[in-house]
Design a protein around this ligand. Sequence first.
Ligand code: COA
Length: 267
Amino acid sequence: MDTLLLQQRPAPGVLLLILNRPDKRNALNQALVRALDEALATAAADEDVACVVLTGDQRAFSAGADIHDQHAHGADVALSGERLAAWQRIADFEKPYIAAVNGYCLGGGNELAMMTDFIIAGENAIFGQPEINLGIFPGDGGTQRLPRLIGAKNAARMILTGERVSAERAWRMGLVSEVVANDDTVTHAVRLAAGIAGKSRQAARLAKATIRDGLDLTLADGLKLEHDNLRPLFGTDAQKDNMARFAAGERSHSGGEPARHRTSASA
Ligand code: COA
């Protein structure tokens, strides 16, 4: 196990990844980005992983790209092909993926959190894109993902001022899905992840892909994508079983696979 990135299995079907560079506020140096990239590649191929939760510690989810690396090597490290390819694979992770954020979530930390499907924040979470204070601007997706999430004006304010944003304000802007007590952030994210892991994996994966890919399309093309991705779900065991149970009056069905198809992880 790479000590820069701790891995736990807190619930069936759920992988918890913990950024573990606490003395450096989980700054994302090359080794940590590589460890995250490799862990997600393994998780993508692992039948026992249906949903991933990514977290840091109470002081920092992550304080962003490693400034010491960038000070020493400049664009050669910030925009290296290896680094950009790793970020792309991390952003393209195909299974549901939740960020559980406590403490500082700055720069590349916020850009990483935005690559996940949604963010659960503790009350102590502090978001920001402070790169302007270093004479640069966000380069791990911030100038593109942030405006798509919170609107161009809110994103411009964060990126141009570099100001820090509280969890409450981040929630009001739509960056954060829910704010919870500091000690509940990870357990709540894991609870949500376990719920997702218990539903049809094919439906969850296609729903995620449809949301993500649709953001780059016109509404008309997005609707076509929606219909194309929905069609194969009709006829799956999960669809037939869950709809049959609803039609029979049962209200406790969970959206998961029929019992005979469940693996130990999805049961
Ligand atoms: N890159 C590299 N190292 C970082 C880092 C980063 N982005 N953020 C923090 N660190 C390191 C510090 O250099 C320090 O290391 P040292 O103890 O060896 O000197 C250690 O983490 C603790 O940082 P410190 O500033 O003392 O902690 P703090 O709790 O007082 O403040 C922050 C935390 C996050 C507010 C502050 O470190 C900070 O502003 N970091 C930079 C954030 C940023 O600009 N991110 C965008 C990067 S492009």
